[in-house]
Design a protein around this ligand. Structure first.
Ligand code: HEC
Length: 192
């Protein structure tokens, strides 16, 4: 009986103390006087690719962590691997005060087609069966033996490939055909 009365008193005073404490906290909301603002350096994304990024930074407080679209908070404000679109970034300071801002990753109009990674392997693996020694007896005249020659013939290549006339033997995948079309549309660069 005595023990339990004591325990009740302790519990009661603990409850009062906790209430007082949380009232104090509410009266001194650290976020009320904090004004966080966000800014970002943005890299656009190529059409259909996840190669955009947002490098956000925050000011107005300290100890920031950052979240993209409600995801986990991380110490870096840089988010990469993004497709074109609009994203909400949240910055949180050391007192859990937050600010949000939306940023738009623009779509880049120039397609990102690498000659060396995407076009060259098609030419060398597929077209060189017939087009490497162009000009010699028995080989067609479209000379595709060097990147410069491939570049010179870019429009013809695209016409033949999209029409399905080339490769004369074998097939290209639709992804390979699209890569060739995008490469020609980008001005047929061979230095990338
Ligand atoms: C099996 C052999 C063979 C393969 C493989 C081949 N070609 Fe041809 N290509 C030819 C021949 C033969 C011609 C000459 C025209 C004809 O007979 O159709 C030709 C012609 C061409 C021409 C010229 C068309 C014109 O008259 O303007 C282009 C451009 C061309 N090929 C591109 C390619 C490309 C690009 C590839 C690879 C994706 C390729 N070819 C694969 C045999 C081939």
């Amino acid at each position: 009986m005595r023990t339990s009365l004591y325990a009740t008193n302790v519990l009661l005073s603990l409850t009062l103390w906790m209430t007082a404490c949380s009232e104090d906290d509410a009266g001194m909301d650290p976020c009320a006087s904090t004004s966080i603002s966000l800014s970002a350096n943005i890299t656009g994304a190529h059409e259909g690719e996840n190669d955009g990024s947002i490098a956000a930074s925050a000011s107005g407080s300290q100890g920031f962590t950052f979240s993209l679209a409600g995801g986990d908070f991380q110490s870096s404000g840089t988010f990469s691997g993004l497709a074109a679109g609009t994203y909400t970034i949240t910055a949180k300071d050391q007192n859990d005060c937050t600010a949000q801002q939306t940023f738009t990753v623009p779509e880049l109009s120039t397609p990102n087609v690498s000659y060396n990674a995407e076009i060259r392997p098609i030419i060398e693996n597929v077209c060189w069966n017939c087009h490497k020694q162009a000009g010699q007896a028995g080989f067609p005249h479209a000379d595709l033996s060097t990147p410069e020659k491939v570049q010179e013939n870019a429009t013809r290549i695209n016409t033949e490939v999209q029409a399905g006339r080339m490769p004369k033997v074998g097939n290209l995948t639709s992804a390979e055909k699209s890569a060739i079309a995008a490469w020609v549309a980008a001005g047929a660069p061979i230095d990338n």
